[in-house]
Design a protein around this ligand. Structure first.
Ligand code: AP5
Ligand code: MG
Ligand code: ZN
Length: 214
C-alpha cells in the first residue's frame, strides 16, 4: 500500500499516520520528523533545515526530494509506505512520480484530511510531541496518560518550536499557496480520496479504514 497523506498543518496527518502504519504494516515517513531529528542531533542537514522550520517556510525542494529518494529505496518500503508531509509542492509530487516509475510502481491513493482553518490554532497550540517517536498528543483533545510521557514509547513529550501562533499562520499561508494545488494535481490523476478531519480521532481513522480496506 503506497499512500500520500495531504492536509493543512494540524489536520491530524501525524496522528492518523501512526494508526495507519500500525494496521497496514507500512513505514510512516514524515519529512517533518526527519528534519526535527536532524535538528536535534545538530547534523549539517539539521542546521540548514532549522533556518526554514523556525520561520514556518518550506525547506528547498532539492534537499527534500533527495531525502525521499534515499528513504524510498530502503528495504522496508518494498511493500509500501505512508508519506506524511511529502509532497508539499507540485515539483515534489512530480519528482515522486518519476521516482516511483523508476522503481516500477505507483501510488495507490492521496488521502486528504480536510479541516477548516478555524480548528487549526487550538490544535497546534495544545499539541505535545514525543521526542523519541514523534507521536502527537493534545493537552485537551488527546492527552497522554501520564503528563509529559509518551503512551507509545515512554519518551518525553515537548512543544514544537514552530507551534506558536505567528509561525502557524505563516505555515497556513504557505500551505494555501504551495501545497493546496496538490489537491487538484491528484484529483486530475484520479488518486484523491478525502476524509472529514473535524470528527474525533477514532472516527477519522474508521473512515480511513473504509477507504483503504479492512
Ligand atoms: P510537518 O512536521 O509536516 O508539519 P505540518 O505539515 O505543518 O503538519 P503538522 O505536523 O503540524 O500537523 P499534522 O497534520 O501532522 O497534525 P497532528 O496529527 O500532529 O512540517 C514541519 C516543517 O518541516 C514545515 O513547516 C517545513 O518547514 C518542513 N517540511 C516538512 N516537510 C517538508 C516538505 N515536504 N518540503 C519542505 N519543507 C518541509 O495533529 C495536530 C494536533 O491536533 C495534535 O495536538 C493532535 O493531538 C490534535 N488532533 C489530531 N486529530 C484530531 C482530531 N480528530 N480531533 C481533535 N484533535 C486532533
Ligand atoms: Mg505532523
Ligand atoms: Zn513516543
Amino acid at each position: 500500500m503506497k499512500i500520500v497523506l495531504l492536509g493543512p498543518p494540524g489536520a491530524g496527518k501525524g496522528t492518523q499516520a501512526k494508526s495507519i502504519s500500525n494496521k497496514y504494516s507500512v513505514p510512516h515517513i514524515s519529512t517533518g520528523d526527519i528534519f526535527r531529528y536532524n535538528i536535534s542531533n545538530g547534523t549539517p542537514l539539521g542546521i540548514e533545515a532549522k533556518k526554514y522550520l523556525d520561520k514556518g517556510h518550506l525547506v528547498p525542494d532539492e534537499l527534500t526530494i533527495d531525502i525521499i529518494k534515499d528513504r524510498l529505496k530502503q528495504d522496508d518500503c518494498k511493500n509500501g509506505f505512508l508519506l506524511d508531509g511529502y509532497p508539499r509542492t507540485v515539483n515534489q509530487a512530480e519528482a515522486l512520480e518519476t521516482l516511483l516509475e523508476g522503481l516500477g510502481t505507483k501510488l495507490d491513493t492521496a488521502l486528504l484530511i480536510k479541516v477548516p482553518k478555524s480548528f487549526i490554532i487550538d490544535r497546534m497550540t495544545g499539541r505535545r510531541v514525543c521526542k523519541a517517536c514523534g507521536a502527537s498528543y493534545h493537552v485537551q483533545f488527546n492527552p497522554t496518560k501520564t503528563e509529559g510521557v509518551c503512551d507509545l514509547c515512554g519518551g518525553e513529550t515537548y512543544q514544537r518550536a514552530d507551534d506558536n501562533e505567528a509561525t502557524v499562520s505563516e505555515r497556513l499561508e504557505i500551505y494555501d499557496a504551495q501545497t493546496q494545488p496538490l489537491i487538484e494535481y491528484y484529483s486530475n490523476k484520479n488518486l484523491l480520496t478525502e476524509v472529514d478531519g473535524t470528527q474525533t480521532i477514532e472516527k477519522v481513522f474508521e473512515d480511513i479504514v473504509d477507504i483503504l480496506g479492512a
